[in-house]
Design a protein. Structure first.
Length: 231
């Protein structure tokens, strides 16, 4: 199935390094968290081509799957891995992209997809923002350098689950930060959110943390500069 992919790029002929950004459970429609676009603008400013595949709109869930489980399995992170790999192949064919310098990143649902995608070969580096680390099976080892950034008081995708991966990834936990610390919106608890980390299976808090957002920009910038450098 073909899905839409938006492309943003710096000025000039390139070839530029590129980042595939995988959206969260809110998708890229009117109800999007806005985080993917925020990161895209930040990375284009730093000289990256950014590609964002839309895994939801053409699969019947344009408003996302944060609170509705009816078609959630159709767009689960393990199924979205192929979207990431297909977008990688597309990026490698673009004349202004350096095919050997492509990374992947995503937050929440997209962060979990990034975690799973990095179990496959293809991307040169990955950044997973507040992923559900419990999806990583025992013995998980990424195929390339992987950075995980997560909030200490994340009640949707607990940081504790990511600590067991610390020997295989670079992990940074932000004190006092919730899920979606890179948001420009205040912290809010929404009871309807699907949350396997709670006894009821519902309810999660999201909200931005200015200090974590600033630091995450520095961490991501350094990480990709180091791992997507020309060799």
């Amino acid at each position: 199935m073909t899905i839409p992919v938006s492309v943003s790029r710096p000025e000039g002929p390139g070839p530029f390094p590129a980042i595939v950004i995988l959206h969260d459970c809110s998708g890229l429609g009117p109800r999007s968290s806005g985080a993917p676009a925020r990161w895209a603008a930040t990375l284009v400013e730093r000289g990256y081509v950014v590609l964002m595949p839309d895994s939801f709109s053409t699969r019947g869930v344009p408003d996302g799957v944060c609170t509705s489980g009816s078609r959630r399995n159709n767009v689960s992170p393990d199924r979205r891995v192929q979207d990431a790999l297909d977008t990688l192949g597309y990026a490698q064919r673009l004349p202004y992209v350096d095919a050997k310098r492509i990374g992947v990143m995503g937050g929440s649902h997209g962060g979990t997809t990034t975690l799973l995608t990095m179990g496959e070969r293809g991307f040169r580096a990955g950044v997973a923002l507040y992923p559900r680390c419990s999806t990583a099976v025992q013995g998980y080892k990424p195929s390339a350098p992987l950075l995980i950034l997560i909030g200490e008081i994340d009640d949707w995708t607990p940081a504790a689950d990511c600590r067991r991966l610390a020997d295989e990834v670079t992990l940074k936990v932000y004190p006092g930060a919730h899920h979606s610390f890179d948001s420009d919106r205040p912290a809010v608890f929404i009871a309807a959110r699907i949350n396997p980390s709670t006894p009821s299976g519902r309810g999660a808090t999201t909200g931005g943390n200015a200090a974590a957002w600033r630091d995450s920009i520095e961490e991501v910038t350094r990480f990709f500069a180091r791992n997507l450098s020309r060799s």
